[in-house]
Design a binder for this molecule. Structure first.
Ligand SMILES: [Fe+2]
Ligand SMILES: [Fe+2]
Length: 249
């Protein structure tokens, strides 16, 4: 059953959680998840389950964008529809590998923070700034790290999965970057909408993750992927600078 309402979460910062069937235990905060330490034998398999659910969250965010902004331009709606298909494929890939390695769906608690933060934002430009341009751009850095680690461990299945995912995620970040840049040129109010979305999302993210969920969790910026995804040299430089700072700052 869901434990998504938590006395430590401010309900004004979050949308209702997405539906999950009875197999799932839904956690509200990172500390309620199965956070196995480095080197623990279950750490790798739990990651596959967690990531499977996060891909579903990405699918649900993109689908909610189609539902909530029917008046948006056709090209961005087409990109969002393609994103739904990609995220569904990613969830299926993670599920397949998870089950192949002995896991069963619902084995570990899941966290729907991504959907609950993104679906709470009122503007499409704000949602894309958070989901695609922040969460998924950060995901590019994590995937690059995952590819390297899988290569070192000789885990070809996982390396191939990450390579395929990386190609799709670059396209999600890129269409969002292009659309956000056009939106802010056409309508200066978009800048304010992005600012308020960023402020609310970072507050909500801190509540979900706590200091425990973010300390030491930082990957070097994947500058090649970020450039391919439409970030400028200055933005890539800033990402590298931020991520090379000690955690917690
Ligand atoms: Fe994905
Ligand atoms: Fe994505």
């Amino acid at each position: 059953m869901s434990s998504e309402s938590s006395p430590t979460l401010d309900p004004t910062l979050f949308a209702e959680g997405p539906a999950r069937d009875a197999r799932f235990t839904v956690a509200a905060r990172w500390v309620e998840c199965a956070n196995f330490p480095n080197g623990h034998p279950l750490r790798a398999i739990e990651f596959l389950h967690r990531q499977m659910n996060e891909e579903i969250d990405s699918l649900e965010c993109s689908a909610a964008n189609l539902r909530d902004f029917p008046e948006a331009a056709w090209d961005v709606r087409l990109s969002l529809a393609r994103q739904c298909a990609d995220e569904a494929r990613h969830a299926a890939m993670f599920r397949h590998l998870f089950e192949q390695r002995g896991g069963h769906v619902g084995q570990y608690p899941v966290l729907n923070f991504q959907y609950r933060i993104v679906a709470h934002i009122r503007s499409l430009v704000g949602r894309l700034a958070i989901q695609n341009r922040s969460f998924e751009a950060g995901g590019l850095d994590a995937i690059a790290h995952g590819i390297e680690q899988a290569r070192q461990e000789g885990d070809e299945c996982l390396r191939e999965l990450f390579e395929a995912q990386r190609a799709d995620e670059i396209s999600h970040v890129r269409f969002a970057n292009e659309w956000i840049n056009a939106a802010t040129r056409q309508n200066p109010r978009s800048v304010l909408e992005i600012g308020s979305a960023l402020a609310a999302a970072s507050k909500a993210f801190r509540q979900v993750m706590g200091s425990e969920g973010t300390e030491g969790v930082s990957y070097p910026a994947d500058d090649a992927a970020r450039r391919e995804a439409g970030f400028t040299d200055t933005e890539v430089g800033l990402a590298i600078q931020l991520q090379s700072r000690p955690a917690g700052r």
